[in-house]
Design a protein. Sequence first.
Length: 164
Amino acid sequence: MSKLSVSQAAKAFNVSRPTLQKALRDGTISGERIRKGSQDVWQIDQSELARLYQPRGNLPAVDTAKDLAPEQGLAVLKSSDIEDLSAKHAKELEAIRAELDQVRAQKDEVERDRIQAERDLAAAQAVAEERKRMLDDVMKLLPKPEETATSPGWWAKWFGARRS
């Protein structure tokens, strides 16, 4: 494909030079920077420009069979190839949608399980609180243990020391 300078591209695609220079700087369009004398000059491929901007109409027609030559590492696609790729992508898209539906169903099931677990936890905590309250009530009904008289320990028995 033929390459255009920024000025030529601006004229051919009815876009301002600053707009093209900004697009080159931020990577929106790609180009090749060539040093001419003491200045750098951008060379932009027509197809790169056509990807974003509408041509003015005075561009030479692009011969894709010649410009997209296999020796340049590019392949020319036939309409049957494009249809095959479209069918393949449609099948892949359908498979991805089916997998997404399965994941959504699993997510919903996990969410239901989480909600049920929270309910079970709340019920268990309520039962534990009730049992604690009942145990405290029972403890209040039990008589307090009486203090028992302490008998002298074995040291006192043997050596006669008295406890006070």
